[in-house]
Design a protein around this ligand. Structure first.
Ligand code: ZN
Length: 505
């Protein structure tokens, strides 16, 4: 499968598709999938611009609206995650993923999907410690604080991703996993982006939750954007006790934003199961985790804690076979994501029918509908008989029961909703550890990650930079990797609030 990876799109969708078309003609190939790593800017109309946290000069409609309105059709199946410059009101309608336009699928706050048998996980937004442990309280019209906090990563999405035990092929994030620079050519990075030097020196560059996910999920690939430069790295994971003998590696690649002369696009040739059509399908393990953790959803500004080993409730939500079977039945044994894009009328805040259908099928709450007050909470949706049929009792307890620990946020007073405070238990903080691979740079030399230096200026285009088969040698070495699921518990807690706020926006 030919996969095109894009760094930040920044609304230049038409330009990206034009570049892809050029590559296809020159290389006589057909790109099957386009992946965009955030700052997608899915602005449908001028009203959406007001929800985007960008300086005035960048507040432009750009080209997404052409695909939303049907004026243009995306020529290739496109998936994307959110970054820190988004039409957040649009994306908030699709918290669990959905079609933003025909053939253009947003992966939601976090999710895992399957494309032609390739398992792709993603997490939207960027990490800011101050909002990490809060609920999803934002709703339009956003104020100057919520316009930014809405795209800050929350602990629940990370917690959910950490429940996954089946191997991930590709992981997507907008900001980089913290410390990833140590596994690549850091000198070159600093030369290109000198302002990163201090953060690198202090070990603060990148997202802490993404670092944790990188070392726990150990995906074959990790694609990111945000820092507007091309950077490749090879992470040679330190085997854990539960890992099989073979060492797992992650090939990391971050690309630039879509501008002439920038390295913003890369074509990878990734083997996939030819027997499967290249269409989108839900991921059963992910759906099951989502279903099992619905009661942990929280829609207020307060800091709250998720269950861990020190509390007397379930905290391991890796689904059992039985739980997965139950969820599969909810979807009538068919996980194909139907093309049910619906263009909504402009200028009105409303829930999206795609999300409503998804949530009703999986019996989970729509976070956006909850915060708008349009959703009673799933526990109220079902009668007693249906509750008895549920996988677990906790599944249907609503966000209203979420544990609230403190409320120290002054800046968001405008949107604070009164929430009943309940008893809580603070888990023991644990020290964090980072795998340090001093051989990262030498490995890079050996692995020859496929690099495409695509330019929108045709005269600068270099055919030699696109090698359709340049990744096959990497995969050949990976074929022997054993992906037995790790049984290690991964629900470590850390004091995120004390971490420095080190991501640029
Ligand atoms: Zn960007």
């Amino acid at each position: 499968m030919k996969i095109a990876v894009e760094g930040c799109a920044h609304g230049e969708l038409e330009q990206i598709y034009n570049t892809l078309e050029l590559i296809e003609k020159r290389q006589n190939i057909k790109v099957d999938l386009l992946i965009c790593c955030g700052d997608f800017q899915a602005t449908r109309n001028v009203n959406d611009l007001s929800s985007m946290a960008v300086p005035q000069k960048y507040r432009q409609l750009c080209t997404f609206y052409k695909y939303y309105t049907g004026k243009l059709i995306a020529p290739v199946l496109t998936i994307f995650i959110g970054g820190n410059h988004e039409a957040s009101n649009h994306l908030q309608e699709l918290s669990y993923g959905g079609w933003a336009a025909p053939n253009i699928y947003y992966m939601g706050l976090a999710s895992v999907i399957n494309v032609g048998g390739i398992r792709i996980g993603g997490i939207s937004g960027i990490y800011k410690p101050k909002d990490y442990m809060r609920g999803r309280h934002e709703k339009p019209p956003y104020n100057e604080f919520t316009k930014r906090s809405i795209y800050h990563v929350r602990q629940l999405e990370v917690f959910r991703l950490k429940q996954l035990k089946e191997p991930i092929d590709i992981m997507l994030s907008h900001d980089w996993p913290q410390g990833i620079e140590k596994y690549g050519n850091v000198k070159q990075l600093v030369k290109y982006k000198p302002f990163l030097k201090e953060d690198i020196k202090e070990g603060k560059l990148g997202s802490i939750p993404n670092r944790e996910l990188l070392h726990e999920l150990k995906p074959k690939y990790w694609f990111a954007a945000h820092l507007h430069c091309k950077f490749a790295a090879i992470v040679n994971h330190t085997p854990t006790e539960t890992d099989e003998k073979e060492i797992k590696i992650t090939k990391f690649l971050s690309l630039d934003k879509c501008l002439p002369q920038k390295r913003f696009l890369q074509i990878l040739d990734i083997p996939h199961d030819d027997s499967k059509p290249i269409d989108l399908a839900y991921d059963l393990e992910w759906l099951s985790v989502l279903h099992l953790t619905n009661h942990l959803l929280n829609s207020n500004t307060n800091i709250y804690y998720l269950p861990g080993p020190s509390v007397d409730e379930r905290y391991d939500f890796t689904p059992t076979d039985e739980e997965k079977t139950t969820v599969l039945k909810m979807f009538s044994n068919n996980l194909i994501i139907s093309n049910n894009f619906i263009k909504l009328g402009n200028y009105k805040t409303k829930t999206n029918p795609q999300t409503t259908k998804f949530c009703n099928t999986l019996r989970v709450d729509d976070p956006f509908a909850l915060v708008l007050g349009h959703w009673p909470g799933y526990s109220l949706f079902f009668d007693k008989q249906e509750d008895e049929d549920s996988v677990t009792d906790s599944t249907y307890s609503s966000f209203l029961n979420s544990t609230v620990c403190s409320n120290n946020d002054n800046e968001l007073n405008e949107t604070i909703e009164t929430t009943p405070k309940t008893q809580f238990v603070l888990p023991e903080p644990k020290n964090d550890t980072v795998d340090i691979n001093t051989d990262g740079e030498s490995l890079l030399n050996n692995f020859n990650i496929a690099t495409a230096n695509i330019s929108t200026d045709e005269s600068k285009y270099e055919d030699s930079n696109i090698k359709n088969n340049c990744t096959s040698q990497i995969f050949a070495e990976e074929n022997s990797t054993n992906h037995s699921p790790s049984k290690k518990m991964c629900l470590k807690r850390r004091n995120y609030l004390n971490m420095n706020d080190n991501d640029s926006e």
